[in-house]
Design a protein around this ligand. Structure first.
Ligand code: HEC
Length: 221
């Protein structure tokens, strides 16, 4: 097995962390003798994912006009006044069609926005609620996120600007690129440990930049 001294530990924590926490507090016992029991409020703070079918969408509602004002205040500085992109790394959020994602139509410059690319409208709410405004994530209320999501979808011609945006309205939005994604059909890659007639020496042809490439004995494991 490859040995990544630091990252392996981190990966173990990432994969095992949930299991440890959920086991540790089974029956209110501190099995491993560390940590504190999360409150319902703390768990609710993490449990904000929203599924493609809209499960997880919170209560709340917002109008097009509210969304327009909120976008100008919290988002336009980076994404442009009309959500048409702020240049450089600040992506446009409005415009384009799935057809304009193609290299053949726009070589090297796909018109990639939430309207042209994203398969589900519920994910737009999830992403804005979770990650935006950049640098001040999760500072917006559910009403505010509904208002902004509704404004963005209306600007993409995917929602009626006279209708408020809420959980029910969001579930009805069908994104133009919903069929542009598919499950990866490739089988999982197996990497069995060598047990017999294995290489005695290993020649490293190139190295990763972060110093994680195994060397010497480690490379043989
Ligand atoms: C300080 C700059 C900044 C502000 C303010 C900001 N964003 Fe962003 N936003 C970004 C950057 C940078 C990215 C790209 C992040 C990435 O690719 O990982 C992004 C990505 C996004 C995306 C995903 C775009 C895509 O197609 O992948 C959405 C949606 C979005 N922002 C919405 C908003 C909304 C809504 C607000 C206001 C509530 C907002 N952003 C405020 C910088 C900002």
């Amino acid at each position: 097995m490859y040995k990544f001294p630091v990252s392996k530990f981190a990966l173990g924590l990432a994969l095992g962390g949930f299991l440890i926490t959920s086991q540790a507090f089974a029956g209110d016992e501190m099995k491993y003798g560390f940590g504190v029991k999360p409150s319902d409020e703390e768990i609710a703070g993490w449990d904000i994912d929203i599924r493609p079918d809209g499960k997880g969408l919170p209560e709340g509602s917002g109008t097009y006009d509210e969304g327009e004002a909120l976008f100008a205040e919290h988002c336009a500085a980076c994404h442009g006044d009309f959500a048409d992109g702020g240049g450089g790394r600040y992506p446009p959020l409005v415009g384009g069609t799935p057809g304009e994602l193609s290299q053949a139509v726009r070589p090297g410059q796909p018109h990639k926005t939430i309207g042209s690319y994203w398969p589900y409208a519920s994910t737009v709410f999830d992403y804005i609620k979770r990650a935006m405004p950049f640098g001040n994530a999760q500072s917006l209320t559910n009403d505010e996120v509904y208002a902004i999501t509704g404004w963005l979808l209306a600007e993409n011609d995917l929602h009626d600007s006279d209708e408020p945006m809420n959980a029910e309205a969001l579930k009805k939005v069908v994104m133009p690129n919903v069929d542009g994604f598919f499950d990866d059909p490739r089988p999982d890659v197996k990497n069995p440990h060598c047990m017999k007639d294995c290489f005695k020496t290993v020649e490293i042809k190139s190295k990763a930049t972060l110093g994680v490439t195994p060397t010497g004995e480690d490379a043989l494991r």
